[in-house]
Design a binder for this molecule. Structure first.
Ligand code: SF4
Length: 425
Protein backbone atom coordinates (compact mmCIF):
# COMPACT_ATOMS: atom_id res chain seq x y z
CA UNK A 1 0.00 0.00 0.00
CA UNK A 2 1.19 3.51 -0.59
CA UNK A 3 -0.98 6.46 0.25
CA UNK A 4 1.06 8.09 2.91
CA UNK A 5 1.36 11.78 3.68
CA UNK A 6 5.13 12.43 3.28
CA UNK A 7 5.13 15.44 5.64
CA UNK A 8 3.39 13.45 8.40
CA UNK A 9 5.71 10.52 7.83
CA UNK A 10 8.74 12.86 8.04
CA UNK A 11 7.53 14.10 11.44
CA UNK A 12 7.03 10.54 12.65
CA UNK A 13 10.57 9.67 11.56
CA UNK A 14 12.08 12.81 13.14
CA UNK A 15 10.40 11.94 16.44
CA UNK A 16 10.76 8.16 16.50
CA UNK A 17 13.84 7.51 14.37
CA UNK A 18 14.41 4.39 12.28
CA UNK A 19 15.90 0.93 12.70
CA UNK A 20 18.05 -0.24 9.81
CA UNK A 21 17.61 -3.87 8.79
CA UNK A 22 20.66 -6.00 7.89
CA UNK A 23 19.34 -6.28 4.30
CA UNK A 24 20.24 -2.58 3.72
CA UNK A 25 23.50 -1.81 1.94
CA UNK A 26 24.06 1.72 3.23
CA UNK A 27 27.80 1.72 2.44
CA UNK A 28 26.96 1.21 -1.20
CA UNK A 29 23.72 3.16 -1.59
CA UNK A 30 23.49 5.94 1.02
CA UNK A 31 25.21 9.11 2.07
CA UNK A 32 27.38 8.25 5.05
CA UNK A 33 26.17 9.37 8.46
CA UNK A 34 27.85 12.76 8.85
CA UNK A 35 28.17 14.03 12.37
CA UNK A 36 29.15 17.62 11.62
CA UNK A 37 28.19 21.11 12.81
CA UNK A 38 25.70 21.07 15.71
CA UNK A 39 24.96 17.42 14.97
CA UNK A 40 21.35 17.79 13.84
CA UNK A 41 22.24 16.22 10.50
CA UNK A 42 23.74 13.10 12.06
CA UNK A 43 21.03 10.78 10.74
CA UNK A 44 20.35 8.92 7.52
CA UNK A 45 19.34 11.07 4.56
CA UNK A 46 16.36 9.72 2.67
CA UNK A 47 13.74 10.91 0.22
CA UNK A 48 10.03 10.23 0.47
CA UNK A 49 8.13 10.74 -2.78
CA UNK A 50 4.86 12.62 -2.40
CA UNK A 51 2.09 13.71 -4.76
CA UNK A 52 3.22 17.36 -4.79
CA UNK A 53 6.94 17.05 -4.09
CA UNK A 54 9.70 14.82 -2.79
CA UNK A 55 10.38 15.28 0.93
CA UNK A 56 13.99 15.05 2.12
CA UNK A 57 14.47 13.91 5.68
CA UNK A 58 17.49 13.27 7.87
CA UNK A 59 16.30 10.43 10.11
CA UNK A 60 17.85 9.62 13.50
CA UNK A 61 19.29 6.10 13.37
CA UNK A 62 22.14 6.06 15.89
CA UNK A 63 20.37 7.46 18.95
CA UNK A 64 19.03 5.16 21.61
CA UNK A 65 15.38 6.13 20.99
CA UNK A 66 15.76 5.17 17.30
CA UNK A 67 16.52 1.57 18.31
CA UNK A 68 12.94 1.35 19.69
CA UNK A 69 11.33 2.89 16.61
CA UNK A 70 8.33 1.14 15.04
CA UNK A 71 9.83 2.09 11.65
CA UNK A 72 12.35 -0.15 9.96
CA UNK A 73 14.23 0.35 6.71
CA UNK A 74 14.56 -2.76 4.56
CA UNK A 75 15.96 -3.49 1.11
CA UNK A 76 13.76 -5.80 -0.94
CA UNK A 77 14.29 -7.52 -4.25
CA UNK A 78 11.21 -6.72 -6.32
CA UNK A 79 10.38 -7.40 -9.97
CA UNK A 80 11.51 -3.88 -10.96
CA UNK A 81 14.76 -4.19 -9.00
CA UNK A 82 15.98 -3.59 -5.43
CA UNK A 83 13.73 -1.16 -3.53
CA UNK A 84 14.16 0.44 -0.12
CA UNK A 85 10.95 0.44 1.91
CA UNK A 86 9.86 1.70 5.30
CA UNK A 87 7.92 -0.92 7.22
CA UNK A 88 5.92 -0.19 10.37
CA UNK A 89 5.73 -2.66 13.25
CA UNK A 90 1.97 -2.18 13.80
CA UNK A 91 0.64 -0.79 10.55
CA UNK A 92 0.24 -2.19 7.08
CA UNK A 93 2.82 0.14 5.57
CA UNK A 94 5.59 -0.54 3.07
CA UNK A 95 6.51 2.93 1.88
CA UNK A 96 9.05 3.15 -0.95
CA UNK A 97 11.89 5.61 -0.31
CA UNK A 98 15.14 6.58 -2.06
CA UNK A 99 18.52 6.91 -0.49
CA UNK A 100 20.57 9.70 -2.03
CA UNK A 101 24.07 8.31 -2.76
CA UNK A 102 27.34 9.71 -1.47
CA UNK A 103 28.54 12.28 -4.00
CA UNK A 104 31.96 11.56 -5.54
CA UNK A 105 33.27 14.97 -4.51
CA UNK A 106 33.02 13.98 -0.79
CA UNK A 107 36.32 12.10 -1.10
CA UNK A 108 38.01 14.63 -3.41
CA UNK A 109 40.73 16.78 -1.81
CA UNK A 110 41.04 20.56 -1.89
CA UNK A 111 44.36 22.04 -3.03
CA UNK A 112 45.31 22.23 0.67
CA UNK A 113 44.81 18.45 0.84
CA UNK A 114 41.59 18.53 2.89
CA UNK A 115 38.88 16.00 2.07
CA UNK A 116 35.88 17.96 0.84
CA UNK A 117 33.38 16.17 3.13
CA UNK A 118 35.47 17.62 5.98
CA UNK A 119 34.74 21.09 4.67
CA UNK A 120 31.03 20.88 3.93
CA UNK A 121 28.25 18.30 3.50
CA UNK A 122 24.92 18.09 1.73
CA UNK A 123 21.92 18.45 4.01
CA UNK A 124 19.13 17.75 1.55
CA UNK A 125 20.12 19.48 -1.68
CA UNK A 126 22.23 22.34 -0.30
CA UNK A 127 25.78 22.57 1.00
CA UNK A 128 26.21 23.27 4.72
CA UNK A 129 29.55 24.65 5.89
CA UNK A 130 30.57 25.47 9.46
CA UNK A 131 33.21 28.20 9.42
CA UNK A 132 35.29 29.73 12.17
CA UNK A 133 36.72 27.85 15.14
CA UNK A 134 34.85 25.88 17.76
CA UNK A 135 32.04 27.91 19.28
CA UNK A 136 33.35 29.87 22.29
CA UNK A 137 30.49 28.52 24.43
CA UNK A 138 32.33 25.18 24.30
CA UNK A 139 35.51 26.59 25.82
CA UNK A 140 36.54 25.43 29.28
CA UNK A 141 34.14 22.77 30.50
CA UNK A 142 31.49 23.74 27.97
CA UNK A 143 29.02 24.87 30.64
CA UNK A 144 27.82 27.70 28.39
CA UNK A 145 27.11 25.48 25.38
CA UNK A 146 23.57 24.94 24.18
CA UNK A 147 22.48 21.66 25.70
CA UNK A 148 21.06 20.17 22.47
CA UNK A 149 24.24 20.87 20.47
CA UNK A 150 27.32 18.71 19.83
CA UNK A 151 29.43 21.23 17.88
CA UNK A 152 32.18 20.99 20.50
CA UNK A 153 32.59 17.26 19.94
CA UNK A 154 32.22 17.35 16.13
CA UNK A 155 34.22 20.32 14.84
CA UNK A 156 37.93 19.50 14.70
CA UNK A 157 37.13 15.76 15.12
CA UNK A 158 34.47 14.75 12.59
CA UNK A 159 35.19 17.74 10.38
CA UNK A 160 38.15 20.01 9.68
CA UNK A 161 38.66 22.58 12.45
CA UNK A 162 39.55 25.53 10.26
CA UNK A 163 38.31 25.92 6.72
CA UNK A 164 40.17 28.31 4.48
CA UNK A 165 38.32 30.40 1.93
CA UNK A 166 40.01 28.31 -0.77
CA UNK A 167 38.71 25.06 0.84
CA UNK A 168 35.18 26.42 0.88
CA UNK A 169 35.29 27.75 -2.69
CA UNK A 170 36.74 24.54 -4.14
CA UNK A 171 34.23 22.38 -2.24
CA UNK A 172 31.32 24.57 -3.33
CA UNK A 173 32.49 24.46 -6.96
CA UNK A 174 32.67 20.65 -6.85
CA UNK A 175 29.24 20.42 -5.17
CA UNK A 176 27.76 22.77 -7.77
CA UNK A 177 29.29 20.87 -10.65
CA UNK A 178 28.39 17.36 -9.51
CA UNK A 179 25.40 17.75 -7.19
CA UNK A 180 23.85 20.85 -8.77
CA UNK A 181 23.64 22.81 -5.51
CA UNK A 182 22.12 26.26 -5.71
CA UNK A 183 22.63 27.28 -2.08
CA UNK A 184 25.50 27.34 0.42
CA UNK A 185 24.60 27.78 4.06
CA UNK A 186 27.42 29.21 6.18
CA UNK A 187 27.10 28.94 9.91
CA UNK A 188 29.38 29.77 12.78
CA UNK A 189 29.37 29.28 16.51
CA UNK A 190 29.75 32.12 18.99
CA UNK A 191 32.88 34.23 18.51
CA UNK A 192 31.69 37.46 20.10
CA UNK A 193 29.13 39.90 18.78
CA UNK A 194 31.22 40.38 15.66
CA UNK A 195 30.84 36.85 14.34
CA UNK A 196 28.89 38.16 11.36
CA UNK A 197 31.85 40.24 10.16
CA UNK A 198 34.10 37.17 10.08
CA UNK A 199 31.88 35.61 7.41
CA UNK A 200 32.21 38.50 4.93
CA UNK A 201 35.25 37.09 3.06
CA UNK A 202 33.56 33.71 2.61
CA UNK A 203 30.42 35.35 1.25
CA UNK A 204 32.44 37.48 -1.17
CA UNK A 205 34.43 34.50 -2.47
CA UNK A 206 31.32 32.34 -2.97
CA UNK A 207 29.49 35.13 -4.77
CA UNK A 208 32.43 36.15 -6.96
CA UNK A 209 33.91 32.74 -7.78
CA UNK A 210 31.17 30.11 -7.41
CA UNK A 211 27.88 31.84 -8.18
CA UNK A 212 25.36 30.41 -5.70
CA UNK A 213 22.76 31.66 -3.28
CA UNK A 214 24.36 32.19 0.12
CA UNK A 215 22.80 31.99 3.57
CA UNK A 216 24.43 33.17 6.78
CA UNK A 217 23.65 31.92 10.27
CA UNK A 218 25.62 33.61 13.00
CA UNK A 219 25.24 35.18 16.39
CA UNK A 220 23.44 38.48 15.78
CA UNK A 221 25.50 41.64 15.52
CA UNK A 222 24.90 44.59 17.83
CA UNK A 223 26.04 46.90 15.06
CA UNK A 224 23.18 46.52 12.59
CA UNK A 225 25.15 48.27 9.83
CA UNK A 226 27.04 44.97 9.39
CA UNK A 227 23.93 43.64 7.72
CA UNK A 228 24.05 46.42 5.12
CA UNK A 229 27.49 45.14 4.23
CA UNK A 230 26.21 41.57 3.85
CA UNK A 231 23.41 42.86 1.65
CA UNK A 232 25.91 44.69 -0.55
CA UNK A 233 27.93 41.48 -0.86
CA UNK A 234 24.79 39.71 -2.08
CA UNK A 235 23.78 37.53 0.88
CA UNK A 236 20.43 35.94 0.05
CA UNK A 237 19.30 34.58 3.39
CA UNK A 238 19.96 35.21 7.08
CA UNK A 239 18.86 32.97 9.91
CA UNK A 240 18.74 33.71 13.60
CA UNK A 241 18.68 30.73 15.97
CA UNK A 242 17.08 31.96 19.14
CA UNK A 243 15.93 28.42 19.97
CA UNK A 244 13.24 29.06 22.62
CA UNK A 245 10.59 31.75 22.88
CA UNK A 246 10.19 31.23 26.60
CA UNK A 247 13.21 32.97 28.14
CA UNK A 248 13.33 30.55 31.10
CA UNK A 249 13.96 27.70 28.67
CA UNK A 250 16.59 29.74 26.83
CA UNK A 251 18.37 30.42 30.12
CA UNK A 252 18.22 26.77 31.15
CA UNK A 253 19.23 25.11 27.90
CA UNK A 254 21.29 27.83 26.19
CA UNK A 255 22.99 29.60 29.10
CA UNK A 256 25.76 31.13 26.98
CA UNK A 257 23.39 32.45 24.35
CA UNK A 258 21.09 34.11 26.84
CA UNK A 259 23.85 35.56 29.00
CA UNK A 260 26.31 36.72 26.32
CA UNK A 261 23.83 37.69 23.61
CA UNK A 262 20.29 37.71 24.97
CA UNK A 263 17.01 36.96 23.26
CA UNK A 264 16.30 40.67 22.65
CA UNK A 265 19.41 40.96 20.48
CA UNK A 266 18.24 38.04 18.33
CA UNK A 267 14.74 39.45 17.93
CA UNK A 268 15.98 42.96 17.18
CA UNK A 269 18.40 41.74 14.49
CA UNK A 270 15.78 39.45 12.93
CA UNK A 271 13.19 42.21 12.75
CA UNK A 272 15.74 44.61 11.27
CA UNK A 273 17.01 42.12 8.65
CA UNK A 274 13.53 40.97 7.62
CA UNK A 275 12.88 44.61 6.58
CA UNK A 276 16.31 45.14 5.05
CA UNK A 277 16.42 41.95 2.97
CA UNK A 278 12.71 41.72 2.18
CA UNK A 279 9.79 39.45 3.12
CA UNK A 280 10.65 35.77 3.13
CA UNK A 281 14.43 36.31 3.01
CA UNK A 282 15.18 35.74 6.69
CA UNK A 283 14.24 33.08 9.18
CA UNK A 284 13.93 32.75 12.93
CA UNK A 285 15.03 29.32 14.08
CA UNK A 286 13.50 27.60 17.07
CA UNK A 287 13.33 24.12 18.54
CA UNK A 288 9.97 22.44 19.06
CA UNK A 289 9.29 19.73 21.58
CA UNK A 290 11.02 21.11 24.67
CA UNK A 291 9.23 24.31 25.74
CA UNK A 292 5.41 24.26 25.94
CA UNK A 293 3.75 24.06 22.53
CA UNK A 294 1.88 27.33 23.29
CA UNK A 295 5.26 29.15 23.44
CA UNK A 296 6.37 27.57 20.16
CA UNK A 297 3.13 28.68 18.49
CA UNK A 298 3.67 32.22 19.80
CA UNK A 299 7.20 32.19 18.38
CA UNK A 300 5.95 31.07 14.97
CA UNK A 301 3.36 33.82 14.83
CA UNK A 302 5.85 36.47 15.95
CA UNK A 303 8.50 35.42 13.40
CA UNK A 304 5.99 35.46 10.54
CA UNK A 305 4.53 38.78 11.74
CA UNK A 306 7.87 40.53 11.10
CA UNK A 307 8.05 39.11 7.56
CA UNK A 308 10.44 36.21 8.24
CA UNK A 309 9.69 32.51 7.99
CA UNK A 310 9.92 30.14 10.93
CA UNK A 311 12.51 27.37 10.69
CA UNK A 312 11.44 24.88 13.32
CA UNK A 313 13.67 21.97 14.30
CA UNK A 314 12.09 18.94 15.90
CA UNK A 315 14.05 18.44 19.13
CA UNK A 316 16.49 15.56 18.64
CA UNK A 317 18.11 14.17 21.82
CA UNK A 318 21.49 13.68 20.19
CA UNK A 319 23.90 11.11 21.56
CA UNK A 320 26.57 13.04 23.46
CA UNK A 321 24.50 16.21 23.97
CA UNK A 322 23.56 17.57 27.39
CA UNK A 323 19.86 16.93 26.61
CA UNK A 324 20.35 13.38 25.36
CA UNK A 325 18.34 12.02 28.30
CA UNK A 326 15.17 13.97 27.34
CA UNK A 327 12.51 12.15 25.31
CA UNK A 328 11.89 13.14 21.69
CA UNK A 329 8.59 14.97 21.09
CA UNK A 330 5.22 13.49 20.23
CA UNK A 331 4.61 13.53 16.44
CA UNK A 332 0.98 14.66 16.99
CA UNK A 333 2.23 17.79 18.81
CA UNK A 334 4.71 18.42 16.01
CA UNK A 335 1.92 18.27 13.46
CA UNK A 336 0.11 21.08 15.33
CA UNK A 337 3.34 23.10 15.25
CA UNK A 338 4.05 22.63 11.55
CA UNK A 339 0.49 23.28 10.43
CA UNK A 340 0.90 26.61 12.22
CA UNK A 341 4.22 27.21 10.40
CA UNK A 342 2.39 27.01 7.08
CA UNK A 343 -0.72 28.88 8.29
CA UNK A 344 1.27 31.72 9.92
CA UNK A 345 3.26 32.31 6.71
CA UNK A 346 -0.02 32.48 4.79
CA UNK A 347 -1.70 34.81 7.34
CA UNK A 348 1.26 37.20 7.31
CA UNK A 349 1.90 36.88 3.56
CA UNK A 350 5.45 35.58 3.92
CA UNK A 351 6.44 33.99 0.59
CA UNK A 352 7.98 30.52 0.98
CA UNK A 353 9.54 27.97 -1.35
CA UNK A 354 10.61 30.60 -3.91
CA UNK A 355 14.31 29.78 -4.35
CA UNK A 356 15.14 27.00 -6.83
CA UNK A 357 16.23 23.53 -5.70
CA UNK A 358 16.58 24.12 -1.97
CA UNK A 359 15.33 21.02 -0.17
CA UNK A 360 16.18 20.82 3.50
CA UNK A 361 16.52 17.44 5.20
CA UNK A 362 17.02 18.69 8.78
CA UNK A 363 13.60 20.25 9.22
CA UNK A 364 10.20 20.42 7.60
CA UNK A 365 10.28 23.73 5.74
CA UNK A 366 7.11 25.87 5.54
CA UNK A 367 6.77 24.63 1.95
CA UNK A 368 6.98 20.99 3.15
CA UNK A 369 4.47 21.78 5.92
CA UNK A 370 1.91 22.76 3.27
CA UNK A 371 1.35 19.02 2.74
CA UNK A 372 -0.01 18.73 6.29
CA UNK A 373 -2.91 21.04 5.43
CA UNK A 374 -5.14 18.70 3.45
CA UNK A 375 -8.36 20.55 4.27
CA UNK A 376 -7.31 23.76 2.47
CA UNK A 377 -10.01 26.46 2.26
CA UNK A 378 -10.36 29.21 -0.35
CA UNK A 379 -7.79 31.55 1.23
CA UNK A 380 -5.30 28.71 1.34
CA UNK A 381 -5.85 27.75 -2.28
CA UNK A 382 -5.46 31.37 -3.39
CA UNK A 383 -2.22 31.61 -1.40
CA UNK A 384 -0.85 28.46 -3.04
CA UNK A 385 -1.70 29.88 -6.47
CA UNK A 386 0.03 33.17 -5.57
CA UNK A 387 3.15 31.28 -4.48
CA UNK A 388 3.20 29.27 -7.71
CA UNK A 389 3.01 32.55 -9.65
CA UNK A 390 5.72 34.04 -7.41
CA UNK A 391 8.05 31.13 -8.26
CA UNK A 392 7.66 31.86 -11.96
CA UNK A 393 8.10 35.61 -11.61
CA UNK A 394 11.18 35.36 -9.38
CA UNK A 395 12.97 32.77 -11.52
CA UNK A 396 15.01 35.32 -13.55
CA UNK A 397 15.91 37.19 -10.35
CA UNK A 398 17.32 34.04 -8.73
CA UNK A 399 19.14 33.11 -11.95
CA UNK A 400 20.78 36.55 -11.87
CA UNK A 401 21.72 36.18 -8.20
CA UNK A 402 23.34 32.81 -8.93
CA UNK A 403 25.78 34.25 -11.49
CA UNK A 404 29.36 34.57 -10.31
CA UNK A 405 30.22 38.26 -10.49
CA UNK A 406 32.57 40.77 -8.81
CA UNK A 407 31.16 42.46 -5.71
CA UNK A 408 31.65 46.11 -4.80
CA UNK A 409 34.47 46.84 -2.39
CA UNK A 410 33.31 47.81 1.08
CA UNK A 411 34.61 50.65 3.20
CA UNK A 412 36.92 49.48 5.97
CA UNK A 413 35.02 49.07 9.20
CA UNK A 414 35.39 51.83 11.78
CA UNK A 415 37.17 49.71 14.32
CA UNK A 416 39.66 48.55 11.68
CA UNK A 417 40.32 52.22 10.94
CA UNK A 418 40.66 52.91 14.65
CA UNK A 419 43.11 50.04 14.99
CA UNK A 420 45.06 51.31 11.97
CA UNK A 421 45.17 54.80 13.52
CA UNK A 422 46.46 53.45 16.83
CA UNK A 423 49.16 51.50 15.07
CA UNK A 424 50.42 54.66 13.31
CA UNK A 425 50.55 56.76 16.51
S1 SF4 B 1 25.79 28.84 19.79
FE1 SF4 B 1 24.91 27.04 20.79
S2 SF4 B 1 24.07 25.82 19.08
FE2 SF4 B 1 25.50 27.28 18.18
S3 SF4 B 1 27.44 26.18 18.06
FE3 SF4 B 1 27.45 27.32 20.01
S4 SF4 B 1 26.69 25.89 21.54
FE4 SF4 B 1 26.16 25.05 19.52
Amino acid sequence: MHDVNPARLSLDLFCRGLRVDDSCRLDEHARGIQRTRAGLGSGLELCIPGRRKVHWVNVPVVEEFAQRSPWQLVLRDEPEGAVYRLLHADRDAAVPVWLPPTPKWYTQKTSRGVEMAQVGVLQGTYLGVYVGGICAFWSGKGHDACQFCTTGVNVGVEEELTKSIEDVVETALAAKEESGITFVHLNAGYAGLDTVASLEPFVRALKERVGVLVGVQATPALDLSLYDRLRTLGVDHLSFCYEFHDVDYLETYCPGKQRAVGQDTYLRALEHCAKLFGRGSCSGEIIAGVEPIASTLRAIDWIASVGAFPTVCVFRPLAGAGMEHLPPPDPADMEVVYREVWNACRRHLVPVGMAPNIEVSLVLTPDDAADLVEDAGVADRLWRAALAMGRLVTRPRFAHRMKAAPRPSLPAREEDLRKAKLETL
